[in-house]
Design a protein around this ligand. Structure first.
Ligand SMILES: [Zn+2]
Length: 500
């Protein structure tokens, strides 16, 4: 059975229906809430405990309201039908305990009775009016040692009913680790004790956290970094994306400051990510302000080169100040210089100076004729966006093509590093005759890159060799294929280079 303590205001509303004392504030809502609460009591779903001190307050109110003692007696009986008076704690005991407490100056008459009784019966919550909740909270704050072991949830009727409809289990595990707070739309949110409005905002939605600018707790502006209390109604005022880091004046990701602002890992992560995004955005602003398009294009390439994850990472470093704009400019200029250098030493160049526009295009050595630097070559261009295919001048593939499809090109280098992939049958001494052939007959400089034994009794061997115009790669491949125990020979890569 769920035990609750209810404040006199709500008990009187329950007994006499709201509006009995001409307090017509939110009458419709209060009436509906009282009916719902009454249903729960009538159906014995919750148990209301009435402390003696509260009973006396209600009786005094009835006596003030009605002069007819029969009427008063009737209402008292109605009240006693709704509640349990068996608290196993007397008014004197409560009074005695309360003498040890400290109170705010403008204390009402009943808050400490509610708090102490709730603690004695280990109630699930105190259901009370907003003013009573506020005062009870002040008393809790002034007497933290006394209330340390029992963090009693303080709920107004609205919050109670909505959390009840969300499921009773919410009252079951809340006692010492959690608090329950509410959105203005009465959505209930469970947070750890000590959680702040920042935790609340990130719990609702990351975007709400990032845009959080100000907070109203129970309709009053409240510090974003102060702990929330059970039953608080929390309204986040939204601003721009990133406002939260602006308002908290967070400037450095490295500082271990998150604990000062929030309790939940969602909020800590959210803040970090938000700050990171903000610094990144500032970095891009700097880039856009100080760099031309030509420079900006280089930033992506530089990111790879400097082992940054992406150009965003460079922007972030700039925004954070760990990379200076002058440093970045210097790196880009170096990169641009070395690119010019590379172009000047392009390994294959168009013959016709009129075709110099092709100078920026990439070349790809064809896999049919395998031309080697020093041999006569010709280029085929299928489209401007694709690399120019480099064929041997005698290649059969180009024989039928028209002149306008061909591009006159020439080597601007004299050697090529060629990587061959051979598949050999696993037997001792298979490789030795091949190496002898390369060394002694063909005088080819070579290097065994790797030998990988396979499951199928074949080994895969990668051989790198340096070839010049004297070598016809296709002839070499043909001859190797005819050697004993050679299953397959393929060109893995041709890499022309200049040997100074
Ligand atoms: Zn070819």
């Amino acid at each position: 059975m769920y035990k609750f303590i209810i404040c006199p205001d709500i008990l009187l509303d329950l007994l006499l229906t709201p509006g009995w004392n001409e307090d017509n504030h939110n009458l419709e809502e209060r009436t509906k809430n009282c009916e719902n609460l009454k249903d729960l009591i009538d159906e014995s779903k919750i148990n209301i405990y009435l402390p003696p001190g509260i009973f006396q307050i209600i009786k005094a109110n009835l006596e003030e309201q009605y002069s007819d003692s029969d009427r008063i007696g009737q209402e008292v009986r109605n009240l006693l039908n709704m509640v349990t008076t068996d608290l196993k704690v007397s008014q004197d005991q409560i009074y005695e305990e309360s003498t040890n407490l400290r109170f705010p100056k403008n204390k009402n008459y009943s808050e400490e009775i509610l708090l102490i009784s709730a603690m004695k019966i280990q109630a699930y919550a105190i259901i009370a009016s907003l003013e009573t909740i506020q005062m009870a909270r002040e008393i809790q704050n002034l007497n933290q040692d006394y209330f340390r072991d029992y963090n009693i949830p303080l709920l107004n009727l609205n919050s109670f009913l909505s959390s009840w409809s969300k499921g009773k289990e919410i009252f079951e595990d809340n006692e010492n680790e959690s608090i329950f707070v509410y959105t203005p739309g009465k959505r209930i949110t469970k947070l750890p004790i000590g959680a702040t409005s920042i935790d609340f905002a990130y719990k609702i939605h990351t975007d709400l956290g990032n845009r959080c600018k100000k907070v109203l707790v129970n309709e009053v502006e409240y510090s974003l970094t102060e702990p929330l209390q059970n039953g608080d109604v929390v309204e986040i005022v939204k601003g721009e994306n990133g406002d939260i880091v602006e308002i908290l004046k967070i400037e450095n990701l490295k500082k271990i400051i998150w604990n000062d602002y929030c309790k939940t890992s969602a909020a800590k992560k959210g803040l970090k990510r938000c700050l990171r995004t903000k610094l990144q955005r500032e970095g891009w602003k700097i880039i856009n302000k100080y760099f031309s398009r030509k420079y900006k294009r280089q930033i992506k390439k530089i990111a790879n080169q400097l082992f940054y994850q992406s150009d965003n990472e460079i922007a972030f470093k700039l925004g954070q100040g760990t990379l200076k704009i002058e440093e970045l400019r210097e790196i880009i200029e170096k990169k641009l210089l070395s690119e010019d250098e590379e172009k000047r030493h392009c390994l294959i160049l168009p013959k016709d100076s009129l075709l110099k526009g092709n100078g920026n295009r990439e070349f790809e050595i064809s896999t049919c004729c395998h031309p080697i630097p020093g041999q006569r070559i010709i280029g085929i261009s299928s489209s401007l966006s694709r690399p120019i295919k480099v064929h041997h001048k005698d290649c059969l593939k180009i024989q039928g093509l028209k002149n306008n499809q061909l591009i006159g090109i020439d080597w601007n280098c004299n050697q090529a590093k060629v990587c061959l992939k051979l598949r050999l049958i696993n037997k001792s001494n298979t490789l030795i005759p091949i190496l002898k052939q390369l060394e002694d007959k063909w005088k080819i400089e070579h290097n065994i890159h790797s030998v990988t034994p396979g499951k199928d009794s074949l080994s895969c061997v990668l051989i790198e060799m340096i070839l010049t115009s004297n070598h016809y790669l296709n002839e070499i491949i043909d001859k190797l294929r005819k050697m004993p125990r050679v299953q397959e020979v393929r060109v893995k890569k041709i890499h022309p280079f200049r040997n100074h």
